[in-house]
Write a protein that binds this ligand. Structure first.
Ligand SMILES: Cc1cc2nc3c(=O)[nH]c(=O)nc-3n(C[C@H](O)[C@H](O)[C@H](O)COP(=O)(O)OP(=O)(O)OC[C@H]3O[C@@H](n4cnc5c(N)ncnc54)[C@H](O)[C@@H]3O)c2cc1C
Ligand code: SF4
Length: 262
């Protein structure tokens, strides 16, 4: 039997993991319940995207705490919810890792702190083509280097607003965004700065998402296998109950398979 290290899902989490593990040569099997999101004119159509929720699951209902069904606004595609995300890629702040008192209770301190994550944020910003400007946002946590790319320029009207509020003593800043964007040479830019982005899939693959930046670059590798339409329905553990050593998968072609990972 062929054994694999299995990654379930290709969202920001699974996609990033697959991209990082692929060069190790490990035999990796990626199980993704969705398919590749089609590049089609509806990608940028507000009616299709917002009124008809074309890219969110329709077949599945979730329950709220009162037991009432609702349609979750969630995506099952290669790339997961990052296919429709707004590409705003901010780091958590140092205080986010400390004990927090909220209206509904206490959020305990993390065992790891911001400084433990900083080197990984730096790697992730490279992987996801983040454009931004350090030093503008007074709340930003310390960083070991600049953003990989210069900030996405404000539209002229936005620049005016930024200038005016800055003159009032406030601190507007360029939102760090993950885009395949070159404003210096537009012929090298996949992103065309269209007027739809947050909530929409990108028709021209200009958004730095986990499909475009993580999964597609690993597809040529012999040690990485991607199965789409593969919904994991069960995790099987060893006798200790602590280690997952097999999974059950329901294929969209009505086939059920058992895949061991050890
Ligand atoms: C409209 C919108 C805008 C957003 N904007 C931003 C933003 O600007 N900045 C930001 O930081 N975040 C944003 N987010 C949030 C961000 O997209 C998510 O936090 C992130 O994508 C979550 O990644 P994930 O890998 O944890 O989960 P998901 O993206 O949900 O990925 C899970 C993956 O697993 C697959 N899967 C699920 N169940 C199974 C199963 N049983 N078997 C096999 N595969 C399975 C799914 O199909 C999916 O591919 C936005 C989200 C939405 C919906
Ligand atoms: S072209 Fe650029 S602005 Fe438009 S959806 Fe794609 S990434 Fe977003």
């Amino acid at each position: 039997m062929t054994t694999y290290d299995i990654i379930i899902g290709t969202g920001a989490g699974g996609g990033t993991l697959a991209h990082q593990l692929a060069p190790t040569g490990k035999r990796i099997l990626i199980l993704e319940r969705g398919d590749f999101l089609p590049q089609e004119k509806e990608n940028w159509n507000p009616e299709s995207v917002y009124q008809k929720s074309r890219y969110y699951t329709h077949e599945e209902k979730w329950m709220d705490k009162a037991g009432e069904e609702f349609s979750p606004q969630t995506c099952y595609w290669v790339g997961g919810n990052a296919k429709v995300y707004g590409s705003a890629l901010l780091r958590l702040r140092e205080r986010d890792f400390e004990t927090g008192q909220h209206k509904s209770g206490i959020s305990p301190a993390w065992p790891l702190k911001y400084r433990d994550f900083e080197p990984y944020y730096a790697q992730a910003e490279k992987l996801f083509d983040v454009h931004g400007q350090r030093g503008e946002d007074p709340t930003e946590p310390p960083a070991s280097g600049d953003y990989p790319y210069p900030p996405a320029l404000h539209e002229p009207a936005m620049q005016k607003i930024a200038n005016n509020i800055k003159a009032e003593g406030y601190h507007p800043f360029h939102l760090p965004v993950g885009l395949k964007l070159s404003e210096i040479d537009k012929t090298l830019s996949q992103c065309i700065r269209c007027d739809t982005c947050d909530g929409y899939p990108c028709l021209v693959h200009g958004k730095a998402d986990s499909d475009v930046n993580c999964i597609r670059p690993t597809r040529h590798l012999d040690n990485v296998t991607l199965l789409t339409g593969a919904k994991v329905t069960r995790l099987h553990t060893d006798a200790s109950g602590r280690e997952v050593n097999a999974v059950s998968v329901e294929m969209s072609v009505e086939m059920s398979v058992e895949i061991g990972n050890r």
